[in-house]
Design a protein around this ligand. Sequence first.
Ligand code: URA
Length: 233
Amino acid sequence: MSARRLDQLLANLGYCSRREVRAWLKAGRVAVAGRPADDPGVKPSPAAVRVDGEPLDHPDGLLLLVNKPLGLTCSHDPAEGPLIYDLLPPRWRARNPVVTSVGRLDKDTSGLILLTDHTELVHRLTSPKHKVPKIYRATVDRDLSPDLIPRFASGTIQLDGEKEPCAPAELRLLGPREAELTLIEGKYHQVRRMFAACGATVLTLHRTQFGPLTLGDLAPGKFRELALAELGL
Ligand code: URA
């Protein structure tokens, strides 16, 4: 990225508005290369900037692995109720580019989801072209027949309103009414709709894996920072 003006840099990282930067400079809160900054138009290296004596907060972007609890919506619209972004510190929620989810999980789905402000990465990881496997664990309202395994694998399940049938998906039966499903695409409500197309209603849904990533011992509602290398791209 080309060098940004100090006021734009601080605003983009969610510290304050561009207008407010002047007051921050007057109050001596910002230093560049060890000296108090007084010009909002300088274009410093982010590594040389300190705010209240602290290095800048993730100037190179954010990539987070979140264990989404039930009841949070993957949306930026507060009218949609509690949001997944409410889990983040306020400064991260004020960043530009905005921190956004890589795909979505329903309000009633829990589990692994990535949040990032790397716009390119969102495209890369959600594009059907790249076939990133996602693993879900579902419980359903009736006994699942082993016949469903070849049906899910056949690539013929057709969802209402979709032009193409679902890509082949791997179904593993874990119990009479519990299964694990691996998808390489992400159509709207895909897991619930695939089971519905086979006559079963999903009662609970949890995503356990996204590409090579698992939740490990991350508790619901918690997140951890992720290194790009962990994505195995
Ligand atoms: N499929 C669904 O039906 N819901 C999700 O949240 C994710 C995949």
